[in-house]
Design a protein. Structure first.
Length: 359
């Protein structure tokens, strides 16, 4: 992989969907491919934490098994939604055709129209031909189904054989889905080993295989397709709001965090749980006023001492071990709980009020 490229492969377990983040390391300009609605907070947090400027959310096709997060991402980060001109997807700022280029910094993705799974399927090839994002056209040891949504086994055969298999053998294949724990393949592998279209398989073999699969329709078909034809825009046109109890931020790891400044301004409305060890608090007498002290190694045994009538904000020296405290409380049923970002060190660095233990 080129040193100037940031690349992240993300996964949604419930739908078996891969989302891909690519960014140019020099300019920090970035693209997202095939986002998932339920993973919006995760993806937004990653973009924010890497200090990237998101230019586009790209859809390889109109998905039938999950709802895209593209509309949410546009409203959160100001990016453009980009889709195939044949996809039927509305609410997109950019419509893509064969040969179009999507630039991010000094890097480029080029569009290949690869219909067959749907009319609007596209694949996206990195400028140096080291990566191709194939959507549901070519999967790892498989391909997209062709029995609904304008599917055509013949068109898909020609898309794969004439366009995707024309790429270099060492070009890495990154599909939109996998259900068996496989992360990637290569054009060379699929040309030789794909049981549907690899080796000596011809057009009749491929079409006969797909036309006789008799698969059940995706469980989310009735919800996903109409939603995705609107690029994930909700029917009520409302953006999901953060929790009312605090302006929390979801980190890439999934932790809910809160700024020290907000906690300091709302100390009467929340409960602060300091989970530093007894050794630490003996050596360092600094406290946040009215914070409850329960060492992290005692927390599971003393959960009944932590109130639930107010939001709980966890704290330690640096904000690392208090993430574990946050997780323990969430797993035990506390819904209104967040970790104080940066811990006591950041609290002090921001000049917020502290007290000192006596004795």
């Amino acid at each position: 992989m080129s040193a100037d490229l940031i690349f992240k492969q993300l996964f949604d377990q419930s739908s078996g969907t891969f989302t891909y983040l690519l960014a140019d390391r020099t300019s920090n300009e970035a693209l997202l491919i095939d986002t998932v609605y339920e993973q919006h907070e995760r993806d937004r947090a990653l973009v924010r934490e890497l200090n990237l400027g998101l230019l586009h959310c790209l859809e390889t096709h109109c998905h039938a098994d999950h709802v895209t997060g593209a509309w949410l991402m546009r409203h959160a980060l100001g990016c453009q939604i980009a889709v195939s001109k044949h996809s039927g997807i509305a609410n997109a700022e950019r419509v893509l055709s064969e040969g179009d280029e999507i630039r991010f910094g000094r890097r480029v993705l080029r569009v290949l129209e690869t219909p067959g799974h749907t009319d609007g399927c596209i694949s996206l090839v990195l400028d140096d031909h080291t990566m191709v994002f194939t959507g549901d056209s070519l999967l790892i040891r498989g391909c997209g189904r062709t029995d609904f949504q304008q599917g055509s086994a013949l068109r898909l055969y020609r898309s794969i054989k004439n366009k995707l298999f024309a790429l270099p053998d060492d070009c890495i294949v990154y599909p939109a889905h996998d259900y068996s724990g496989r992360m990637s393949s290569s054009i060379g592998e699929e040309k030789h080993l794909n049981p549907r279209i690899g080796g000596q398989a011809n057009e009749a073999d491929f079409v006969g295989y797909l036309d006789n699969m008799q698969l059940p329709h995706p469980k989310k078909l009735a919800v996903a397709v109409p939603a995705n034809l609107q690029a994930g825009r909700p029917a009520d046109d409302r953006i999901p709001t953060p929790p009312e109890w605090a302006p929390v931020v979801t980190t890439y790891s999934g932790t809910l965090e809160i700024s020290p400044q907000w906690v300091a301004a709302h100390v009467n409305d929340i409960h602060i749980l300091d989970v530093r060890t007894e050794h630490e608090t003996t050596e360092e007498a600094t406290r946040i006023r009215n914070a409850q002290l329960i060492p992290i190694d005692e927390l599971r045994a003393r959960l009944s001492e932590v109130p639930q009538d107010k939001p709980v904000m966890t704290l330690c020296r640096s904000g690392k071990r208090s993430v574990l405290a946050w997780s323990i409380l969430r797993d035990a049923g506390w819904e209104r709980v967040a970790n104080i970002q940066g811990g006591l060190l950041q609290w002090q660095a921001e000049g917020l009020d502290t007290t000192r233990a006596v004795g």
